[in-house]
Design a protein around this ligand. Structure first.
Ligand SMILES: Nc1ncnc2c1ncn2[C@@H]1O[C@H](COP(=O)(O)OP(=O)(O)OP(=O)(O)O)[C@@H](O)[C@H]1O
Length: 215
């Protein structure tokens, strides 16, 4: 299925004696939004980290836009991550010493791409905040900057790990909508972890992790 942006096939993962994932498979087509749910400790973050190449896979295969992560050196998986993947975390992880405009474009520059801070800011409602520093922004505004940074290099795949977890419900809904429309605008696949069944309902598909497997 070479047209898939992400193919996870029969992945197993343990930490020591503790089995976290057993034979997990998942595919995302371009532009597809999949919500990943599961109780605390079910392995959602671990799965995202493996897809991002930040955590080794014990068995099974992960292919990102045709590139197999298996056996890839750290430098190659870092390059793949910069090139193809945008990541949004629960904590906004902005660089405090950089302005909003600089935070938006910094990572795209690292991968040799140009990013239009003004256009990104306009699409995320941040135009009035471009010259501010993260500490001068609300949580919802900071998360919108983090979304802008994640999409600045036009990734094929966006991984979002509870991106609304630190936001109140109304702000979280708005940020969730912005993330979905940003992904759809770019035809990027989006895998989004959420504890909210209400937000998960807005995805194209839902996958629920329980006892190491999808239910
Ligand atoms: N580096 C590690 N070493 C050992 N155990 C780990 C490690 N990382 C995660 N775990 C364990 O693996 C399990 C899955 O963790 P993970 O963070 O993937 O769950 P999660 O579904 O994302 O949980 P939450 O919803 O609370 O964020 C947990 O029991 C956790 O304690």
């Amino acid at each position: 299925m070479s047209h898939m942006v992400l193919s996870v096939t029969s992945v197993n993962k343990s930490f020591g004696d503790v089995v976290i994932l057993r034979g997990v498979s998942l595919s995302l087509a371009p532009g597809e939004v999949v919500a990943l749910t599961g109780e605390s400790g079910s392995g959602k973050s671990t799965l995202l980290h493996m897809i991002a190449g930040l955590e080794p896979v014990d068995e099974g295969e992960i292919i990102i836009d045709g590139s197999n992560l298996a056996g890839m050196r750290d430098s190659a998986s870092a390059a793949l991550r910069r090139e193809k993947i945008g990541i949004v975390f629960q904590q906004f992880n902005l660089i405090p010493s950089l302005t909003v405009a600089q935070n938006l474009t910094f990572q795209a520059r690292l991968s040799g791409k140009t990013a239009d801070a003004a256009a990104l800011a306009a699409s995320l409602g941040l135009t009035d905040h471009l010259d501010k520093y993260p500490e001068q922004l609300s949580g919802g505004q900071q998360q919108r900057v983090a979304i802008g940074r994640a999409i600045a290099a036009s990734p094929k795949l966006i991984l979002a790990d509870e991106p609304t977890g630190n936001l109140d419900e109304q702000t979280g809904d708005h940020v969730f909508d912005l993330l979905l429309s940003a992904a759809r605008d770019q035809n990027a696949a989006l895998l989004i972890v959420t504890h909210s069944t209400r937000l998960a309902a807005r995805a194209d598909r839902r996958k629920h992790l329980s006892r190491g497997q999808f239910q």
